[in-house]
Design a protein around this ligand. Structure first.
Ligand code: FES
Length: 110
């Protein structure tokens, strides 16, 4: 089942300023970069910790410090397996709002 949720007003999305959202138990992180909005499941590919922007401009995991490229979601440094990626979430703008789409099981709490 594909679910759609509201992330933020498009005008509230600022460069490299993350916005958090949830699909049930799944955390998402959205941000604007180079004028384009992107979103990922906020779950590090090492052990599932949350990521956020750090001073170097990467998305850094708060648990063990793995770094991910915000443009591709690729692991670039630290504990995350080389070649792994943060899972991308599709976004669409409608009437000044930003929405995220994600395929979820019928019961995401099961
Ligand atoms: S859980 Fe992210 S680096 Fe370990």
């Amino acid at each position: 089942m594909i679910r759609k949720i509201q992330v933020a007003k498009t005008s509230d999305m600022k460069e490299n300023r993350p916005v958090s959202f949830h699909f049930g138990p799944i955390r998402g992180i959205a941000f604007k970069r180079g004028g384009t909005c992107k979103a990922y499941v906020n779950r590090c590919t090492h052990m599932g910790g949350p990521v956020d922007f750090c001073h170097t401009g990467t998305l850094r995991c708060g648990w063990h410090g793995a770094d991910f490229d915000p443009d591709s979601g690729a692991a670039v440094e630290g504990q995350a397996p080389p070649g792994s990626f943060l899972k991308r979430i599709d976004l669409v703008e409608e009437d000044g709002m930003l929405f995220a789409f994600m395929e979820l099981p019928e019961d995401p709490f099961a």
